[in-house]
Design a protein around this ligand. Structure first.
Ligand code: ADP
Ligand code: ASP
Ligand code: MG
Length: 411
């Protein structure tokens, strides 16, 4: 029989009515002749609540215990859905990550899936059983401790399982009916895409579109998993196809810019009057690299005295305080006059494989943003995307401006 992986996110399983609705989607595919593995998230809000409890338990909590706690949300949903399916006369059982097993690295809180043995799941299929698998979790075989895959990790569980059991398709059901040209909650004129290239989805996800976890896109791309993003709120009897992630060549109507993403999880650091001599960039960025802090955009501006320079760069918002502390500690070695930081910044990015063959795409954006009075604090570009750092208050205006500029608004 053909095999299918169906993943349902938090809002899709938020209460018993929605779980019953999910069971209808599953029953439809079963009836259509698929062996089905369902991957579920925790009921919406549950993971945040569990994270809060961990923070309450201890200031510097043990990441292994964090994983023991936050992985529990998915276990509940898996059991509930299996029970509902059974109640509807469909053989089903729940699986926790370690039971499959889904083997991961030991990086608690953001573990990577290393291996999935699909044998037991396939044995279940042979008995006509639907597998309901708790997403987001795995096991570190060396310690036999439960691990979690980072926020949004159930997407990655689903795609990895699809690759492991060689599923014909992986359907990611969520609260929107596909991947849009930008977050439809911010821009009502956003358009749903029938298809998106893997590379573009990878950039969209990396640059802030949380509709798919970045690692799930990487896995879909490397293992060529046919993955759709679609809505669990569609009538289970009349499902819509959603958005297919596919190779660039399989997209007929290619736009220059496919989508706009934004990330509020950014912080800006400016070091004023840094002594301008060889080795200074290393003196700034080496200590940050050693502390595992990812530096993203970097701008160096020669100052008027031409003896010193100002250095501006961005780090993830969560690393803002740590970055400042490290740099202030290293101030005598680096040699700068002052440090200025801002966390009310946002990175807005435009993505499209068409940028490879079109010049001046970013320049148009700079002009359009300037016309709206939006000041650009930093810029980065690469082959298929460019990003600008702006004040957070202008997020919506900037996203909407770029969305219209590149002809993405729906008619
Ligand atoms: P789930 O709980 O199902 O995993 P998420 O909340 O993680 O769902 O992801 C779905 C959300 O992603 C949508 O509600 C939407 O607001 C947001 N999103 C951001 N960018 C996009 C985009 N380009 N296309 C679709 N949704 C997007
Ligand atoms: N429940 C986890 C989270 O909220 C994993 C997921 O939903 O994908 O991050
Ligand atoms: Mg998600």
């Amino acid at each position: 029989m053909p095999r299918l992986v169906m993943k349902f996110g938090g809002t899709s399983v938020a209460n018993m009515d929605r779980i019953r609705n999910v069971a209808r989607h599953v029953a439809r595919e079963r009836k259509a002749g698929f062996d089905v593995a369902v991957v579920v998230s925790a009921m919406s809000g549950r993971t945040n609540e569990l994270v809060g409890l961990c923070q309450d338990a201890a200031k510097l909590y043990d990441p292994r215990e964090y994983d023991a706690v936050v992985s529990s949300g998915e276990q509940v949903t898996a059991g509930l859905l299996a029970a509902v399916l059974q109640g509807n006369g469909l053989p089903a059982r729940s699986w926790q990550g370690w039971q499959v097993p889904i083997v991961t690295s030991n990086a608690h809180g953001s573990a990577r899936i290393l291996d999935i043995d699909g044998t037991a799941l396939l044995e279940g299929f042979a008995k006509g059983e639907i597998a309901v698998i708790a997403g987001f979790q795995g096991v570190d075989p060396a310690t036999r401790r439960v691990t979690t895959l980072g926020r949004g990790g159930s997407d990655t569980s689903a795609v990895a399982i699809a690759a492991a059991i060689k599923a014909d398709r992986c359907d990611i059901y969520t609260d929107v009916d596909g991947v849009y040209t930008t977050d439809p909650r911010i821009v009502p004129k956003a358009r749903r895409l029938d298809r998106i290239a893997f590379e573009e989805m990878l950039e969209m996800a990396s640059l802030g579109a949380k509709v798919l976890q970045v690692r799930s896109v990487e896995l879909a791309m490397t293992h060529k998993v046919k993955t759709f993003v679609r809505s669990s709120f569609d009538d289970p009897e009349f499902p819509q196809p959603g958005t297919l992630m596919c190779d660039e060549e399989d997209i007929v109507e290619q736009q220059v810019v496919t989508g706009i993403a934004f990330s509020k999880d950014e912080a800006q650091i400016t070091l004023k009057q840094v002594a301008d001599h060889p080795g200074v960039a290393a003196a700034i960025f080496m200590p940050l690299a050693e502390a595992n802090i990812n530096v993203d955009m970097i701008i160096q501006v020669a100052s008027e005295d031409s003896v010193t320079t100002d250095m501006t760069f961005t780090v993830p918002g969560a690393e803002f305080e740590r970055t400042k502390a490290i740099l202030l500690k290293a101030q005598p070695q680096i040699g700068f006059a002052s440090l200025h930081g801002a966390s009310d910044v946002v990175k807005v990015s435009a993505i499209g494989v068409g940028m490879r063959s079109h010049a001046g795409v970013a320049a148009r954006a700079f002009k359009a943003l300037a016309e709206k009075g939006i000041n650009i604090r930093a810029i980065t570009t690469s082959e298929i995307k460019f990003s600008v750092l702006i004040e957070a208050a202008y997020t919506e205006l900037a996203v909407r401006t770029l969305h219209s500029l590149y002809g993405l608004d729906k008619g």
